[in-house]
Design a protein around this ligand. Structure first.
Ligand code: SAM
Length: 284
C-alpha cells in the first residue's frame, strides 16, 4: 500500500532544490547535439495543481516556489528553473507546479528519450496521460529501482538518472545506495541525481557519506552534494529539516551554477534559520 502522494508537497523547498538541479543538469546535457536518455525512477504524477485540496491542505508551495515566482534578479540557474515553472503556467500566475516529468518534457528534444516509472496506480494513470503524446517517452507502473537493468546503458551512451523515492520505508535508503552503485556499474558516465531528505533518523544522516563513498569508487567524474536546511532540529527528533541533492558525475558547470543560488534559497525559504552547503569531490 503506497501512502505517499507528492501532490501534498508539490513546489515546496525540497522540490525547489531538486528541480533547480534537475533543470541545470538537463540544460547541460542538451548543449550537445547527440541525444540522451532520462530515467526517472520515481516519477510521481507529472504535474500538480496548486489549487487542489491536496496542495491547499498544507500549502507547502507557499514557503517554496511562491516566494521565488516573482522575485527579481535571481542568479541565472535559479531564474532558469523559475522560467520552467512559469512556462508550465503558460506565463500566468502560479497555479500549477511541474513535476520532474513535466520539466523533462519541456526541456527534452526530439532526439532524447524519457523513461518514467511510478508505482501508485492513480499517479501512474495521470502520468501516462500526461506524456502520451510525447515522442520518445515511455511510462511503466513498475518498481523504478528495478528498472535500471532495462534502461542502462542508453543506446547513445548519454544519460541522466533521477532517483527520488519517498523514503517512507527504510528500505528506500539501502535501495537508493544500491541503485547508485548499479547505475554506475552499468554505465560509469551516468549523471545520477538523487534527492535525500534531511532528517534526524540514522539512515538519513548516514546516506550522504555512503553515496559519496560509492561515487568515489565508481563515478568517473566524481560527485557534488548540495544541501538546503530550512528548519531547526526538533527536540523530539521528528520532522524534515531540509533536503539535499547528490549528483554523481555532475556537469562541470554545476558547482558554479549552484553556488550563488543556495545562499539566496537559504535566506528566502529558510524561515530565519536557513543554512546551505555545497561540496564536491576533488575530481568533480
Ligand atoms: N520525481 C517526482 C518529481 O520530482 O516531481 C516526485 C516523486 S515522489 C517524491 C515519489 C514517487 O515515487 C511517488 O509518487 C510514489 O508513489 C512513487 N514510488 C514509491 N516507490 C516506488 C518504486 N519503488 N518505484 C516507482 N515509484 C515508486
Amino acid at each position: 500500500m503506497l501512502a505517499y502522494r507528492h501532490a501534498f508537497h508539490a513546489g515546496n523547498h525540497a522540490d525547489v532544490l531538486k528541480h533547480l538541479v534537475f533543470v541545470a543538469v538537463l540544460r547541460h546535457m542538451a548543449q550537445k547535439e547527440k541525444g540522451f536518455r532520462v530515467v526517472d525512477t520515481h516519477a510521481g504524477a507529472g504535474g500538480y495543481s496548486l489549487e487542489s485540496r491536496y496542495a491547499r491542505q498544507k500549502a507547502e508551495y507557499a514557503a517554496g516556489i511562491e516566494r521565488l515566482y516573482d522575485a527579481p534578479d535571481l542568479p541565472p540557474a535559479l531564474a532558469d528553473y523559475v522560467a520552467q515553472v512559469r512556462a508550465f503556467n503558460g506565463g500566468n500566475a502560479l497555479k500549477q507546479y511541474p513535476g520532474s516529468p513535466a520539466i523533462a518534457r519541456q526541456l527534452l528534444r526530439p532526439q532524447d528519450q524519457l523513461r518514467l516509472f511510478e508505482l501508485h496506480p492513480t499517479d501512474h494513470r495521470i502520468l501516462a496521460s500526461f506524456v502520451e503524446d510525447v515522442p520518445g517517452a515511455q511510462v511503466a507502473m513498475s518498481d523504478g529501482f528495478a528498472a535500471l537493468k532495462s534502461t542502462l546503458p542508453p543506446p547513445t551512451r548519454r544519460g541522466v538518472v533521477l532517483i527520488d523515492p519517498p523514503y517512507e520505508i527504510k528500505t528506500d535508503y539501502t535501495r537508493t545506495l544500491g541503485a547508485l552503485r548499479e547505475a554506475l556499474e552499468r554505465f560509469a558516465d551516468a549523471v545520477v541525481v538523487i534527492w535525500l531528505p534531511q532528517l534526524q533518523l540514522l539512515e538519513s544522516r548516514q546516506l550522504p557519506q555512503r553515496l559519496k563513498a560509492s561515487a568515489d569508487a565508481h563515478a568517473k567524474k566524481g560527485w557534488l552534494h548540495a544541501r538546503l536546511t530550512v528548519a531547526n532540529a526538533d527536540t523530539r527528533g521528528f520532522g524534515m529539516l531540509g533536503s539535499s541533492v547528490f549528483v554523481a558525475n555532475p556537469p562541470h558547470t554545476l558547482h558554479e551554477a549552484l553556488a550563488p543560488c543556495l545562499p539566496l534559497l537559504a535566506r528566502t525559504l529558510g524561515e530565519g534559520h536557513g543554512q546551505h552547503a555545497l561540496e564536491r569531490s576533488t575530481h568533480a
